[in-house]
Design a protein around this ligand. Structure first.
Ligand code: AMP
Length: 113
């Protein structure tokens, strides 16, 4: 599999604002923010979409959920944020390297669009 956009970002081949990084994942500012805070939390392992994560990814996915808590506490947005994963083109996925959108800083409606 050739490198994804996000793999190129974490390898510093493409610039991005990296706001968090650990052994397993990293977070960047979205280039086209949909809220005052819009981050993408991305596993370093290039899983193309959530539906294709396997049993072997259990610890990684748990790690990422805890990273969301850590990042949102650090940014003081932990009282209100939305976490979204677009899985598949029809759900709005455009980059086929799993990522979680962390959005905050404005009201969010339900159901989502
Ligand atoms: P999705 O549509 O769920 O696959 O989300 C992909 C996200 O990546 C979109 O919100 C884009 O704005 C964002 N994006 C695309 N290219 C870049 C980039 N070079 N740096 C930061 N975010 C990007």
């Amino acid at each position: 599999m050739s490198d994804t956009l996000f793999t190129k970002i974490i390898n510093r081949q493409i610039p991005a604002e990296i706001v968090y990084e650990d052994d397993l994942c990293f977070a960047i500012k979205d280039i086209n923010p949909q809220a005052p805070v819009h981050l993408l939390l991305i596993p370093k392992k290039p899983i193309d979409m959530l539906a294709h994560a396997g049993e072997e990814d259990q610890a990684l996915l748990g790690h990422m959920m805890l990273a969301v808590g850590k990042i949102t506490r650090e940014l003081k947005i932990d009282s209100a944020f939305r976490l979204a994963v677009n899985n598949g083109a029809d759900a709005g996925q455009s980059v086929f390297h799993l990522h979680m959108h962390i959005l905050a800083g404005r009201p969010f409606h339900w159901p989502p669009g």
